[in-house]
Design a binder for this molecule. Structure first.
Ligand SMILES: Cc1cc2nc3c(=O)[nH]c(=O)nc-3n(C[C@H](O)[C@H](O)[C@H](O)COP(=O)(O)OP(=O)(O)OC[C@H]3O[C@@H](n4cnc5c(N)ncnc54)[C@H](O)[C@@H]3O)c2cc1C
Ligand SMILES: NC(=O)c1ccc[n+]([C@@H]2O[C@H](COP(=O)([O-])OP(=O)(O)OC[C@H]3O[C@@H](n4cnc5c(N)ncnc54)[C@H](OP(=O)(O)O)[C@@H]3O)[C@@H](O)[C@H]2O)c1
Length: 463
């Protein structure tokens, strides 16, 4: 017997996606007396904490300890290596659980919609980040880091991560859990300049302060900001002083003023922040050779937003690689109503909607696939709590009471579909293997990047 409160009858929930939002929801559901089966397409849990968060930020990944505690609770099962849409469908889960919570994140990228976007050497940040973090799907991708200049489009924290990873010094890179293939490649990189291209000004940059400050402390790279970019247009200057602006924006501008006053120290690399430029075309015959950009000015729109408006002044920046870091986007899944504009599951406060706008009983969403790709790991805790509150309300109202197959029947179903499903014990073996491999090198882990290798380790097969 546990002393946790239990719902009126024992209710079983499938949570799909073992990233932060899925794990927070799972922890909260278990605490409320539900049983939870947590599914992920990968045998490895933790979503973007493993495959997104920059490897030189190991402290951020410590949140996995919270998730590990959740996994030890009674009523928890992990089904790794099970893909919703390939191995199981939403309808099949709905038939087997009292409630299904979608937590599968936003795995693809927004598009610029400009000519040359798909040229060799033009890459979405989503894939580059997954590559250096050892996500099995992207392990064989290739990036031409012989380029002298790389342009990163976008002014968010992911753009900063990408820029920083490209210019990290060997002593900053090698102690991390960056995938081995990426350490070798990044270490041999010839890149001298990484240009971060913002379509709006420094006041509107989506960076957060610690991440921006970190750019000023790199061992091998100077950070360059042009003083003239800090002469803000009147609308931006007014906005920055107003209550609408966030302290983060004001502090960002202050940090950048500090950078603009610096004299480069002659480090072998530079991260250059360019503002008020939008990409118009990515240029090259077979491979990226440059990017045509147009100068913008800031204009206040009718809704009060400060928008980038092209002035017509254009120039070409020569570069050998472009990384498009303009936000993540959800992938629509058959059988779940999708909001194309937002790139997320259609939902109201976490309750999934049908195509006609009515609520689909027993289906919920959490995290980035519920609210869109913004917010830090902790944001997903409150977000999950909001959705779990809806599940509790529905359970209390008797809405989720239909008879369902028992836990053993579900286990048999999953194993029939995915015979080598990775359980939590399987993941623990992978975890031990990776951390043991990292220890002699002074690294947190050496990541396995091949699914077959992970499957062998999870099954206890010696290699
Ligand atoms: C590059 C990057 C760096 C970041 N760095 C930080 C940071 O330093 N600090 C911070 O606080 N926040 C950071 N964030 C934000 C943080 O990672 C997100 O807030 C958080 O991961 C979102 O959680 P989620 O569970 O909604 O999605 P995700 O973390 O994306 O998890 C989704 C899970 O669903 C699984 N999945 C996907 N499709 C399927 C399917 N069809 N079937 C089954 N499973 C599926 C995936 O494998 C994944 O495990 C970063 C984000 C990015 C993109
Ligand atoms: N260390 C950390 O804490 C960390 C690290 C990484 C990510 N994260 C978080 O993860 C979330 C996602 O980060 P993100 O960087 O992917 O997204 P983001 O913060 O939303 O930034 C996206 C950037 O892309 C720009 N953009 C969008 N469309 C564009 C276009 N067509 N042309 C040019 N630029 C365009 C945006 O500019 P506009 O503002 O003009 O739209 C913005 O600068 C954020 O909440 C972030 O803070 C946190």
């Amino acid at each position: 017997m546990t002393d946790s409160p239990s719902p009126t009858t024992l209710l079983r929930v499938a949570v799909v996606g073992a990233g932060p939002s899925g794990f927070y929801a799972t922890g909260q559901l278990l605490a409320e007396g539900f049983e939870v089966d947590l599914y992920d397409v990968l045998p490895t849990p933790f979503g973007l904490v493993r495959a997104g968060v920059a490897p030189d930020h190991p402290n951020i990944k410590a949140v996995t300890r919270v998730f590990e505690k959740t996994a030890k609770k009674e009523g928890f099962r992990f089904y790794g290596g099970v893909e919703l849409g390939r191995d199981v469908t939403p309808a099949e889960l709905a038939d087997r659980y009292h409630a299904v919570v979608y937590a599968f994140g936003t795995a693809t990228d927004n598009r610029l919609g400009i000519p040359g976007e798909d040229l060799l050497g033009s890459h979405p940040a989503t894939e580059f980040v997954a590559w250096y973090n050892g996500h099995p799907t992207y392990a064989d991708h290739e990036y031409d880091l012989t380029a002298k200049r790389v342009v990163v489009v976008g002014n968010g924290n992911v753009a900063i991560d990408v820029a920083r990873m490209i210019v990290l010094a060997e002593e900053e890179l090698t102690p991390t859990d960056t995938a081995d293939h990426a350490i070798a490649h990044l270490g041999a990189g010839q890149v001298q300049d990484v240009v971060l291209l913002g379509r709006r000004g420094p006041a509107q940059a989506a960076f957060t302060n610690p991440e921006l400050l970190e750019l000023g402390e790199l061992a091998d790279a100077d950070v360059v900001v042009h003083p003239e970019d800090l002469e803000l247009d009147p609308a931006s200057a007014r906005w920055l002083e107003s209550e609408d602006a966030h302290t983060t924006n004001r502090k960002n501008v202050e940090i950048m003023r500090g950078y603009a006053a610096r004299t480069p120290t002659g480090k072998r690399r530079r991260v250059v922040l360019e503002f008020l430029w939008s990409p118009v075309e990515i240029i090259g015959d077979t491979h990226v050779e440059g990017i045509r950009i147009v100068k913008n000015r800031i204009e206040k729109a009718a809704d009060g937003a400060l928008r980038a408006v092209p002035t017509g002044e254009e120039k070409i920046l020569e570069c050998g690689m472009v990384v498009r870091s303009i936000g993540y986007r959800g992938i629509p899944l058959e059988g779940i109503s999708f909001d194309e504009r937002g790139g997320l599951i259609r939902n109201t406060g976490g309750r999934v909607l049908e195509e006609d706008g009515t609520v689909r009983t027993g289906s919920y969403a959490v995290g980035w696939i519920k609210r869109g790709p913004s917010g830090v790991i902790g944001t997903n805790k409150k977000d999950a709590a909001d959705t779990v509150a809806r599940i509790k309300e529905d359970a209390g109202a008797g809405v989720l009471a239909a008879d369902k197959p028992d836990a053993d029947a579900v286990e048999a179903f999953v194993r029939e579909r995915v015979p080598n499903v990775c359980t939590w014990e399987g993941w623990r073996l992978i975890d031990e293997y990776e951390t043991a491999a990292g220890e002699p090198q002074g690294r947190p882990r050496v990541k396995l990047v091949r699914l077959e290798h992970m499957a062998d380790v999870a099954a206890g097969v010696k290699r």
